[in-house]
Structure formats: C-alpha cells, structure tokens
Design a protein around this ligand. Structure first.
Ligand SMILES: *Cc1c(COP(=O)(O)O)cnc(C)c1O
Length: 514
C-alpha cells in the first residue's frame, strides 16, 4: 500500500513497480511453470458421488509435466501473449515485398466450414465433388485473372511455384530435344528466382536494369542466345516499378526459342488491369498468401499456384481436376447445377509429377475462392487501383523528407533510402526502430538489395486515408528528429515492451529460453 502511494509521488520509486514486473499496464509475466501450484486446476466441479477407480498405471504411463494453473491464469496468459504481438489486425503493417494486408474475416469463416475443413483428401471423388468443383473453378478464375490457359494449385509457396514453373520450362526444352543451360535474371528480380533456376540445374545470368530501375530490351538482347532457356522477370519488380518493356523483351526471348517466366507474387498491383498472358509471359506464379486473402507471415502455410500458356499445360503436375459432362453417367453423384462431374486425371505422360502430396494447401485455396467471389471482378480491380494510389500518395508525401532513388510513378510499394539522414549518422535501421514508438510496424528495410539503405513501404489497399496520413506524419517527425535529436533514434524504440536488442549478441549467443 505504502509502495503504491509513494509510487504516485515520484519517478524513482516507480522503478520499484517495474522491478515487481509491471510497466504501466504491461505485466512482465513469469513462466507458467514458475506460476504453477500443485493441485491448481482450471475447473471446479462438485465432489464426485461415485467410487474412484484407478487406471492401470502401465497403460497410462507417466503424466506430462504440465503447469497447474487456474482458468484465469490460462486466459490471462494467452490474452496477454496476443496483446504483446503486433499484427495487421492491431495496426498498420507497411512491409513491402511481402504484402502484409488485412484479410477479410469472412474468408476465414468460409475456409473453416465443416464440409470443407473436415474433408479428407483420400475420400472418393463421388464424395468430394464440392471440393473438386471449388478447385476447378478457382483454377478457371486464376486463369482469367492472369490471361493464361491453365493453372495448377499444387505448389505450396511462391518459391515452390517458381520451381514448378522452371520444371515446366525444363520439361518443355527437353521435349523439344535440346536442353538449354542458362536463365537470364535481372538484378530487380526477387531473390528466390535465381535459387529456383539453380535447383532446376540452370546457371543464372545476372543482368542490370537501366538507370530508371527498368529492364531494357538491349540488356536482354545482349545475352539471349540459343543456349538460354528463358528469362525470369518479377513484375512489378522488387523496386515496386512496372517493367514497361516487358512485351519487347518477351519478343526477343521468344525469337531465340526461350520462354518468359513471370514472378507474379505481387499481383495486387495489376490484378484486373493487366493480364500477364497478354504481355508475352509463358508461366507465372501467384502468391495466394499475398494477394488472395491468406495472412502472410509466421512461416506459412502458403500457396503458389502457377498459370501457364497452352504449350506448357501438358507439363503441369498431376492430378489435374477435370470437368466432364455427367448427365449420362447414372452412377456418379452429380451435385453441380449443370449436371457436370469433376474428376481427377493422373494419366498425363509429360507431367512433371507431383509437387505436393494430395492437392496443395486446400484451406488457402478456399480463402482465395471466397475472396474472389466476394470481391467480384470490379472489386479486384479496385484493389489494384487503391494499392497503387496509396503507395504513390506516400511516395509523393515523403519524397522531400527521404531520398527517393527512383523518382517515377510506382506500383503497390515505394522505395526510399537513408541518404538524407546518414550525414547525421542515422541509418535505415534507426528510423525503422523509432517508427515503433509512433505505433507503426516498421516497413521493410535493406531490401531490395540493389538500393543501399532501402526503406520499402507497401500500404496495401485496405488502409484508410486517415491511417496513411498518420503514418506519413510519423515518418516526417522521424525525419525531423534525425536532424535535431539523432540520439533519440539511436536508442529507439523506447515505448514497446522491449527496447533495442543487442542484435550481435542475439545472433551469437542466443538465449532460447526466456
Ligand atoms: C514473396 C515473394 C516471393 C516468394 O514467395 P514465398 O511464398 O515466400 O516463397 C517471390 N517473388 C516475389 C516478388 C515475392 O514478393
């Protein structure tokens, strides 16, 4: 009691409160094992009125060492953990390249419907018609969005889709009778691109983009030859810019018998506006866990379908979901309105085989399906328009405060650097840490690698103008502090539960328990 009173009186005594484990309303919780008390239990029920019977100990084995806690301890523990976490449901999360966007909750609800969530992949086709129909329709929608002929939903991530796409390109050249050795990869491609090409046995030929961050046809023509299997282009590229010369580049590659791989992970910038299939791209992956309503982050699961042109369809993984006319087949359980049945086809002699057990990450497909249906084609187009508008609004609002290496219209993300601040010894990292004190998750830092000290911001389509304005004001204020009060940035963040970590020790001597 006395402690509490004196704490109100002065700052020094407040430290006592911190020592007992509190900082304001943030409680520093001890481990559950330390809080455990013998016999404490989450439920209290009336004493039993039947005789106790002992289980045979040889059958039960030794009980696991679980903490013994009251219901309130457990509820508070998990609620507290959820509050220590920062996510897109708690505030703006402007990470570029990864698209941490808000995903409507209705898509979660649809994905958890018992008929889908409880379906087993070994169920007979007769009993899985709804699941197969959903997969078939989703493939059709993604083919329409990308302007491609066929889609597979099997790959489990963006990079896994790249691998599938490269395997398709590899199989295509093998079938033509001459395997090629190289793949062209510009410096603005995502880092997973060269890794996927290497896994397929190709050597990556790195080329530089022009001064304006855009790949020139000349740079591609200079290296494209008949030993080159194709090119991997990220569009929008990792600078957040649209590759304007893509059609011409595709012509150059096709003229020498090569194929064009498009990294479409960031389809949320061009969906409904540009169809990659019309740009000369032959195979493209999408990240359903970026653009199509599955939360991105936390290590997965993901889903990276690939869409291909007609010539590459035979190489797609099996099984393929196929729609057939079921009206004459009396035995089959036909549930779709038009009497169609859906079936799995394994007999595809040129297929690359399987990319996944069963069919891929089904729950993510459901979220994407629900998202596409609930947005409609106009809604999906608006997503791209708003994502691009928001990013350009931030770029224009901040370009006098932070160095903008490519001063041209951007797509869904914009890239600044710490060049203006580095004279005061302030780095991108310092500013990223400080932005947390303003209540925002830091943007992506030090990526893309082609930009020194990069700060990459992706607001996404869902943030309101008010939130974006607050974020802009926070960054302007950080820029001012970098000039006037650099010390405050050097030791930031000051307000989160943990302040700046010693990153070197954390990497060299990790303390993995608390
Ligand atoms: C995220 C991303 C990838 C990789 O996707 P993963 O699902 O993380 O494997 C590839 N390319 C681009 C452009 C990306 O943004």
């Amino acid at each position: 009691m006395e402690d509490q009173n004196s704490c109100r009186g002065g700052f020094t005594n407040c430290l006592n409160a911190q020592q007992i484990g509190a900082s304001g309303l943030i409680f520093k919780e001890r481990f559950l094992w330390e809080k455990s008390r013998e016999g404490r239990c989450a439920i209290s029920i009336p004493a039993q009125d039947v005789a106790e019977s002992q289980l045979d100990p040889s059958l039960v084995g030794e009980a696991p060492d679980l903490p013994q806690l009251s219901e309130m301890d457990v509820v508070r523990h998990y609620t507290r953990l959820s509050q220590w976490n920062f996510g897109v449901d708690s505030g703006m999360y402007p990470l570029g390249s990864c698209t941490m966007k808000y995903n409507p909750k209705t898509n979660e609800v649809q994905a958890s419907r018992p008929g889908f969530a409880g379906a087993h992949p070994l169920l007979d086709e007769d009993l899985s018609q709804g699941a197969l129909e959903m997969m078939y329709n989703l493939e059709q929608y993604l083919a329409e969005i990308t302007g491609m002929e066929a889609v597979t939903l099997q790959p489990a991530a963006g990079a896994h889709g790249e691998l599938a796409g490269m395997l398709a390109i590899h199989a295509y050249h093998a079938k033509k009778g001459h395997q090629r050795k190289k793949i062209i990869i510009p410096d603005t491609a995502h880092g997973t691109n060269p890794a996927s090409a290497t896994l397929c046995g190709y050597e990556s030929i790195n080329i530089h983009s022009g001064e304006d961050g855009i790949l020139t046809p000349e740079a591609v023509a200079a290296v494209m030859d008949e030993e080159t299997a194709g090119i991997m282009i990220t569009n929008p590229n990792t600078l957040g810019l649209f590759e304007e010369n893509i059609k011409e580049i595709a012509k150059i590659v096709h003229a020498k018998g090569g194929l064009v791989y498009g990294d479409g992970a960031n389809m949320n910038a061009i969906m409904g506006i540009v169809k990659p299939g019309e740009l000369g791209i032959d195979v493209l992956h999408l990240n359903l866990h970026k653009t199509f309503s599955t939360p991105h982050g936390g290590g997965g699961p993901g889903s990276g379908p690939i869409a291909v042109v007609k010539e590459l369809e035979p190489f797609l993984p099996v099984p393929r979901v196929v729609k057939v006319d079921g009206t004459s087949d009396k035995k089959s359980c036909t549930i779709s309105g038009d009497g169609s049945i859906y079936t799995l086809v394994y007999d595809k002699p040129d297929s690359m085989g399987r990319m996944m057990t069963f069919h891929g990450h089904f729950g993510i497909m459901l979220r994407a399906y629900s998202y596409i249906l609930s947005m409609g084609s106009e809604g999906l187009t608006d997503v791209s328009k708003l994502a691009v508008l928001n990013a350009n609004y931030i770029k224009e609002s901040l370009k006098d405060y932070f160095h903008l290496p490519y001063n041209r219209p951007c797509m869904h993300e914009c890239v600044f650097t710490d060049k203006f601040q580095s004279d005061n010894g302030i780095t991108t990292l310092d500013m990223a840490k400080r932005i947390m004190d303003y209540g925002f998750h830091p943007p992506t830092v030090y990526f893309p690698l082609v930009v020194h000290g990069a700060i990459m911001i992706e607001p996404t389509e869902t943030e309101s103008k008010e939130t974006i304005d607050q974020f802009i004001d926070a960054l302007k204020s950080v820029a001012q502090e970098a000039k006037e009060n650099p010390e405050i940035l050097k030791s930031a963040p000051h307000l989160p539960k943990l302040s700046r970590l010693d990153e070197v020790s954390a990497a060299r001597k990790p303390v993995l328990r608390g």
